[in-house]
Design a protein around this ligand. Structure first.
Ligand code: NAD
Length: 501
């Protein structure tokens, strides 16, 4: 029998999320009981009080993580045992699907349909995938002379600090938590102050799944307090950071000012979507460009915020693109049919509106959108916005907006397309649309980006690495390559004596 569709408004009204830290397996207040109020961008409602973690809380969490790491309560468990715990963790995430999706929607504004169909399953799949991977990984024996044996092994790095943003709070956390735990590390996670609730629930679910206390701790709080204390901590061995390039720069400074901890940065983007005249399906290209841009309110690091289109097909393509925008009109995030939800907070809304103003004042042509939407909702919404006539030097072509604003730039030949595409400080993703095989390969090779798509944009899987060139970061999340971040490489030499005479 089919269950009736949940009444998300009623459930939201009943929700009382717990904002306390999870340290050493227990829910605890911040050391001096200081909290901040977290409200929802959906309609401004107060969601609850959240612990405002600071240096003493980070100290307690790092101490718990260090103790758990040193007594090897997790790291020494056989791989098959660790795998079982992580598999159970993934199952628990799926079992809590509706609760987690609702928390994510209320916390950061994404539509409930997206939270249910993307965020929760991707989080569970990430954890389950690393669970499966951990006992299929072999170390190496070096091809040395017979007089010795050299083992090259990977060991957990120790205590990992994970600092994550608010745009995909659970998925970004899972990309750090799962490979770090799979390799036997202990962890302190600092979620964004704008989206703390699902991270805290994940820690509880991991405990229920059998993860020993102290292995996975969560301290919510502000970046300049909890985040800084974690990244500066002398007993943290590595930082897995996802966030803005501005904060990523600080992560490197913190490491330099403290213990030279390893820093892996997954940062911003300004990805180019390049459409050549030999693209055989302009309608699909336009639908993909719009869908990948406006999904998640444009708050995606890899959103194709620059569309580069050949001058010969530009008029037609821009028409097709503009025709997509009504599908992305902002709506109530708690209604299952809504495609675009709320912007995370008032500060981000002002930033997005500021960029729209700057595009207009720099001379770009506003084709659609551009205004705040749903002003009576009590939340923060903005129309999907499209600019044409954008010049590569304008701020809207160079800076990451992190909102639903797409810029169309025109080019005349392949060389110019590649030059414009590569002419930002970022290098996260790019896309090439052409039916000419050699052109597609040529351009894909020339693009300075961590991922290049050809005739598509949305293909994604936990099996492939994710990360950027240039100021989009270093290291890679996802895939087996993520293990590199959470392990140290060790060589062990053993002498082998000759045969007894
Ligand atoms: P942000 O840099 O403001 O914050 C990210 C995290 O860092 C938060 O937890 C925040 O509290 C913390 N933080 C902020 N200032 C800090 C400081 N001084 N010291 C220590 N910690 C600090 O970024 P955001 O606004 O939360 O997220 C949006 C950014 O994240 C965008 O630039 C986006 O492109 C990027 N992002 C990148 C990826 C990727 O995989 N490359 C994925 C998602 C988001």
């Amino acid at each position: 029998m089919n269950r009736p569709a949940p009444d998300w408004h009623a459930r939201a009204a009943d929700l009382r999320p717990d904002g306390r830290c999870v340290i050493d397996g227990r829910r605890v207040d911040a050391a001096d009981s200081v909290c901040y109020d977290k409200s929802s961008p959906v309609d401004g409602r107060l969601l609850g009080a959240v612990a405002r973690g600071r240096a003493p809380d980070i100290d307690a969490a790092v101490h718990a993580a260090r103790t758990a790491f040193e007594d090897r309560r997790w790291a020494a468990q056989p791989p098959a045992a660790r795998k079982k715990v992580l598999q159970r963790f993934a199952e628990k995430v799926l079992a809590a699907r509706e609760e987690l999706a609702l928390l994510e929607t209320l916390d950061m504004g994404k539509p409930i349909g997206a939270a249910l169909s993307v965020d929760v399953p991707a989080t569970a799949r990430c954890i389950a995938w690393y669970a499966e991977a951990l006992d299929k990984r072999y170390d190496e024996v070096a091809p040395t002379a017979e007089t010795a044996l050299a083992l090259i092994t990977r060991e957990p790095v120790g205590v990992v600090g994970a600092i994550v943003p608010w745009n995909y709070p659970m998925i970004m956390a899972a990309w750090k938590i799962a490979p770090a735990l799979a390799m036997g590390n202990s962890l302190v996670l600092k979620p964004s102050e704008k989206s703390p609730f699902t991270a805290l629930r994940l820690a509880e679910l991991a405990l229920e799944a059998g993860l020993p206390p102290g292995v996975f701790n969560v301290v919510p709080g502000y970046g300049c307090e909890a985040g800084e204390a974690l990244a500066l901590h002398m007993d943290v061995d590595a930082i897995g950071f996802t966030g803005s390039t501005r904060t990523g720069r600080r992560m490197l400074e913190y490491a330099g000012r403290s213990n030279l901890k390893r820093v892996f940065n997954e940062l911003g983007g300004k990805s180019a979507f390049i459409v050549f005249p030999d693209c055989g399906d302009l309608a699909r290209a336009a639908a993909t460009a719009a869908g990948s841009m406006y999904f998640n309110q444009g708050e995606s690091c890899n959103a194709p915020s620059r569309v580069l289109v050949h001058a010969d097909i530009a008029e037609r393509f821009v028409e097709l693109l503009a025709a997509q925008l009504p599908r992305w009109a902002p709506g109530d995030p708690l209604q299952p049919g809504t495609t675009m939800g709320a912007i995370v907070d008032d500060v981000q809304l002002r930033t997005v509106l500021g960029y729209i103003e700057s595009g207009q004042s720099e001379g770009a042509r506003l084709l659609a959108g551009g205004r705040q939407a749903r002003p009576d909702s009590g939340g923060h919404y903005v129309e999907p916005t499209l600019f044409d006539g954008v010049d590569g030097g304008m701020r809207i072509a160079q800076e990451e907006i992190f909102g639903p604003v797409q810029a169309v730039l025109r080019f005349r030949d392949e060389t110019e397309a590649v030059r414009i595409a590569n002419a930002t400080s970022y290098g996260l993703q790019a896309s090439v649309w052409s039916d000419h095989l050699s052109r597609a390969h040529r351009v894909a090779r020339a693009l300075r980006a961590g991922t290049v798509h050809v005739n598509q944009y949305d293909e994604d899987d936990i099996t492939v690495p994710f990360g950027g060139f240039k100021q989009s970061g270093n290291g890679r999340d996802k895939s087996l390559h993520a293990f590199d971040k959470y392990t140290e490489l060790k060589t062990t030499w053993l002498r082998i004596d000759g045969a007894n005479p």
